[in-house]
Design a protein. Sequence first.
Length: 335
Amino acid sequence: MYNPKNKPPSIGLTATEVSSLWSSYLKSSMELRILEYFYVSSENHEIKQVTEKMLNHSKKNINELKEIFIKENLSVPLGFTDEDVRVEAPKVFSDTFILYFCFDLTNLSLNTYPMAISDCTKNDVRDHFQVNIEFALTIQNEIVNLMLLLGVYLRPPQVQIDSNVEFADNLFYLNGFFGGSRPVNAPEIANLSRIIHRAQFSKMIFVTFSQLAKEKELKKHFSKGRDGIQKVLDSLQEVLEKENIPISASGDYKISNVEMSPFSDKLMLFFINTCLGIFCFAMISQATTSSLRTDIVSKLEEIAEDMKKYYGKSLLLAIKEKWFEQPPQAVDRKV
């Protein structure tokens, strides 16, 4: 009979655990630098409290991860340092934009940590990700409540749902190209509106980073990202506009024109590749698998293909600038 007091024998980290811990460290060190600046530049008391809580959690995360790496005889990643942030830089983002930014960081956590914990077996590793999931849920609840209080929460569309149970009686239910297509269903509305809201935020990130970047090639790359996101918005908003389904938009994605960037080019490119890139791919994949109209699926597949090309270029830029920190790899066992 299993006795919970009997602990399993100590074993080394699996490749999945190493990968997840390494990614968590890079993510936490990036968030730490971003939140250091947000804490200093935010003016609203409640928003400053949110940034402070997230900042302290990132510091705690990094210390815990360092202990695990050292205990397991693994090299501690470099991640991001004091050189990647200028907390004394002038205010760039409005306080509401900072709040949206924090909300986006919690979304990334809630999309990556559950996947990480599901493949881990060591108690200390599972504890690390469980604590992160619980914190992300708690702080996101606080952020959402604050957004509602401030009147800046972007609500998904509300639609009247037919209470009758119905089954599709022919293949025209899937049609979206040749006229006579059915109205979009609730899952399609939910996924499209979610992507559109994310694209609106992402567009302003690209606009801001294209102004802040020092390297000309990076400025051009971020500008291309802005144009690509606008293409996404035009494509998906067209679907909902034809159905007369309104989409809310923020009027406070405000940025200030400043000469001193608070973030290094390396950090901004990493944020684009991880927070915008990985999260967007997950959203597009989910929307594609749950959409049944052929025209919507086609639009999403085209968006995914464009994203692959863009973020492939992002990776090449990071390698070219020697900013790409290689993930841990297996020892060469070739004879």
